[in-house]
Design a protein. Structure first.
Length: 202
């Protein structure tokens, strides 16, 4: 059996429920997805890649999956969300993602892959002490984050803030941007979290 087939066998196929709602808050609780295949306990412990069909994920909605025991967020960002990214450089601690918190193919302003720059895939754990930040996608006063808030994430434990690409703001406890895990596209609407694209493999 080829390595590829072995990997396929270990993966979990996730199919989105029609109304995916993000898992937020301290702790990792909500599971807005349906498991159609469960990996063996051994594969799970080893951190098997997770296949995710995001075709039914609405724009601007946070989907949380589990990979290697960690919450991984998947968001199809709207164009309005994307437009904010270029306006925040002076407010961010590492706007160019110089710290290696992402694969090389996600070292860009949107911290995404060229194939789908609006698709954000990040580990949803604060880089300070590991709390799960809250989704704060609303803009301005509606966000309770201040009139100038452009949308992003807020860690309730000690107040760290991140933009829509998971880039950390200056002067907060979190030292680095949120990590981007390896992921590759199987199709326009299916990714595998935990595997690099073929062209990125050495
Ligand atoms: S754990 Fe997030 S700010 Fe401390």
């Amino acid at each position: 059996m080829s390595d590829q087939n072995v990997n396929k066998g270990r993966r979990r196929m996730l199919t989105l429920a029609t109304s995916a709602v993000g898992a937020v808050g301290v702790g990792f609780m909500a599971t807005p997805f349906i498991l159609s295949m469960t990996p063996s306990a051994r594969a799970k412990a080893a951190g098997a890649p997770v296949e995710v069909d995001f075709s039914k994920l609405a724009e601007g909605v946070l989907l949380t999956i589990e990979w290697q025991g960690k919450p991984v967020w998947i968001v199809k960002r709207s164009d309005a969300m994307m437009d904010t990214l270029g306006t925040l450089t002076d407010l961010l601690a590492d706007p160019e993602s110089d710290v290696e918190q992402q694969p090389a193919y996600a070292k860009n302003q949107s911290r995404a892959q060229e194939k789908h720059p609006n698709l954000s895939v990040m580990v949803g754990l604060c880089t300070h002490l590991g709390c799960v930040p809250l989704e704060k996608f609303a803009i301005g006063p509606a966000s309770d984050m201040g009139d100038d808030w452009p949308g992003g994430y807020f860690c309730p434990c000690h107040g760290s803030k991140f933009d829509m690409a998971g880039r950390v703001y200056k002067n907060v406890p979190a030292p680095t941007n949120l990590p981007v895990p390896p992921f590759r596209f199987l199709s326009d609407t299916v990714i595998v979290v935990g595997e690099n694209p073929e062209e990125a493999k050495v």
